[in-house]
Design a protein around this ligand. Structure first.
Ligand code: G
Ligand code: G
Ligand code: NA
Ligand code: MN
Length: 254
């Protein structure tokens, strides 16, 4: 309860901040996009990670405000980079299941794109497989509407939940993100390796892109590349970092 009211204050007082984790092309290692990840700069506790507060926010409507804060903060950051002549990479934002069932997501993005039309092809939402299956019909409507507005979508943590393949096709998401738990084992566990391969093949058969999450070694990179996985993300390439670091390291003026 105390955490919840502190979090409510934190959103109002801008104690939240974003880190960004690069996503790279498997063939070249080139950074093509970023995933935005929220952190809480707590006045007493220091930097608090989302594992400690997303769950609390999800127990109340606070998660809607938090997701809204994150989406707006991403748009602000991209606008700043644009004003300074830096390239706009595509940025994905995690949204919670509550935002699908309780609506509001389409309005949020439409409002934002009206204000910042140049963000048209750079925003993407990430929804976990589990969040999608909580209300697959509604998720399908929302993702298809967003897609028509120019907002892409990824199915996050894919392989950890129970998606019906019929829904996956209707969902029309752009990308599957292979859950980190399978990538962990691909160099020594046949089961993990076969699951990763199967997800890559499934994505190809549905004309979806595929990102492997949690890549931590060169060996995993090479193996995933040999399986035809085009996009990778993980500590081997880069951890989530503050905007200033991302800017210095990856964004060269146009
Ligand atoms: O950044 P980190 O690895 O600690 O993130 C842990 C979890 O918190 C991830 O599963 C991620 O999906 C979730 N998360 C991170 N940022 C956000 C956010 O802005 N909104 C929501 N809803 N979840 C987030
Ligand atoms: O659930 P989601 O995929 O949104 O989780 C993103 C989280 O995964 C972030 O908190 C990020 O810090 C974490 N993460 C990203 N890359 C790696 C990695 O290579 N290894 C591990 N263990 N965690 C990672
Ligand atoms: Na994610
Ligand atoms: Mn994930």
């Amino acid at each position: 309860v105390q955490m919840e009211s502190e979090l409510r204050e934190a959103i109002i007082q801008d104690q939240l901040m974003l880190h960004f984790q690069p996503k790279v092309e498997a063939d070249s290692g080139r950074v093509y996009g970023l995933e935005a990840l929220v952190r809480w700069n707590h006045p007493r506790l220091g930097l608090v990670y989302p594992d400690r507060f997303i769950g609390i926010a999800e127990e109340s409507n606070l998660i809607l405000e938090l997701d809204r804060w994150v989406v707006n903060a991403v748009a602000d950051q991209l606008s700043k980079w644009r004003k300074r002549g830096l390239p706009l990479l595509e940025v994905s934002v995690n949204v919670s299941a509550a935002h699908i069932t309780r609506n509001g997501l389409v309005d949020l993005f439409q409002g934002l794109l009206q204000k910042h039309p140049y963000l048209g092809d750079c925003l993407e939402i990430e929804l976990t497989e589990t969040a999608i299956m909580a209300d697959p019909d509604q998720a399908t409507v929302v993702l298809n509407t967003l897609r028509r507005c120019g907002v892409k979508s990824s199915v996050d943590d894919f392989g950890s939940g129970y998606t019906s393949l019929g829904y996956l096709k209707k969902l029309n998401a752009n990308t599957l993100k292979i859950d980190r738990s399978f990538i962990d084992g691909i160099t020594n566990d046949h089961y993990d390796r076969d699951v990763a391969k199967a997800i890559i093949a499934l994505a190809a058969s549905m004309s979806m892109d595929v990102v492997a999450e949690g890549v931590e070694t060169q060996a995993q990179w090479e193996l995933l590349q040999s399986f035809g996985c085009k996009y990778l993300q993980g500590y081997y390439f880069a951890k989530p970092q503050a905007a200033s670091v991302i800017e210095r390291t990856y964004l060269q003026p146009l």
